[in-house]
Design a binder for this molecule. Structure first.
Ligand code: F6R
Length: 261
């Protein structure tokens, strides 16, 4: 795990955008796993900026989103389809047919999940998976006690997650209790994981993920076993870490050839 502690959400998101941009430049047809939530909004703005000012080209990129609410149509204003198109896809040159987001109104959810897994495989697997973390330690919507080898499937959200997600939900509607989410096993197969967490409310989850024992009680802890997990956090999210100074020391002593350009 590489832990990068940035001053704030803005500098953290800029660095994350640079890492994603260099992945796309290295491999224009990169397969990106994408996340929603409030954490990612600044990052998507940065990527849109890079597209506009530096011609970052998304035309060959293939994307797979982590999750979607069950029962919401893609057109629903609070669906993750709407989130992705409104906050990101409509502002870059990604091709519609290369975008994949689970369908919350699929008539046969189990079959849809199998097909989603198949589509990820057929695309060659995920090169870079973007992640946020829930305050209860979830990644994707793999809530506490999710199997650490799980695949894309339906999950029930915890009441805490439903409350945490409410700010992004429009018109005080009732938030669906179920989601389709990539599994922990699916996420672990990606070549690189890039997880962002900002703010005091994430400090405990970040501490568990980085320094806690690996346990399905906080599924993000499994990232300790990932071959290449980059964790970008701000000072507030880092505030409970025992070894924060060491992580800063490691990052500031990174050899030039290993640095993110
Ligand atoms: C969203 C997702 C979730 C969020 C997490 C943090 O696609 O997979 O794991 O990343 O719930 O959400 P925010 O960023 O709203 O705090």
């Amino acid at each position: 795990m590489e832990i990068i502690i940035e001053r704030d959400k803005e500098t953290g998101s800029k660095l994350a955008a640079r890492i994603i941009a260099s992945q796309i430049k290295k491999k224009p047809d990169s397969v990106l796993g994408l996340a929603t939530g409030s954490t990612q909004l600044t990052l998507y703005k940065e990527l849109i900026e890079l597209h506009k000012t530096e011609e970052l080209d998304f035309s060959s990129v293939i994307s797979f989103n982590l999750d979607e609410y069950v029962g919401l149509s893609p057109e629903h204003k609070s669906s993750y389809h709407s989130y992705m198109w409104n906050n990101f896809f409509n502002h870059i040159n990604i091709k519609n047919h290369r975008v994949h987001i689970p369908n919350g109104i699929a008539p046969d959810i189990e079959d849809h999940c199998k097909q989603y897994e198949g589509a990820i495989k057929a695309a060659g697997g995920i090169d870079l998976q973007l992640l946020g973390i829930g305050s209860d330690g979830h990644i994707g919507f793999n809530e506490p006690t999710s199997s650490l080898s799980s695949r894309t499937r339906i999950k029930t959200l915890t009441q805490k997650t439903i409350m945490d997600n409410s700010p992004l939900f429009k018109d005080n509607e009732e938030i669906p209790r179920h989601v389709i989410t990539m599994g922990v096993g699916t996420i672990m197969e990606s070549k690189t994981c890039l997880l962002l967490a900002f703010g005091k409310q994430k400090a405990e989850a970040v501490k568990l993920m980085v320094e806690g024992p690996i346990s399905s009680d906080a599924p993000a802890t499994i990232l300790q076993m990932h071959q290449k997990a980059i964790i970008i956090i701000d000072e507030e999210a880092a505030s409970s870490l025992k070894r924060a100074d060491y992580y800063k020391w490691v990052y500031s002593n990174k050899p030039d050839w290993q640095k993110y350009s």
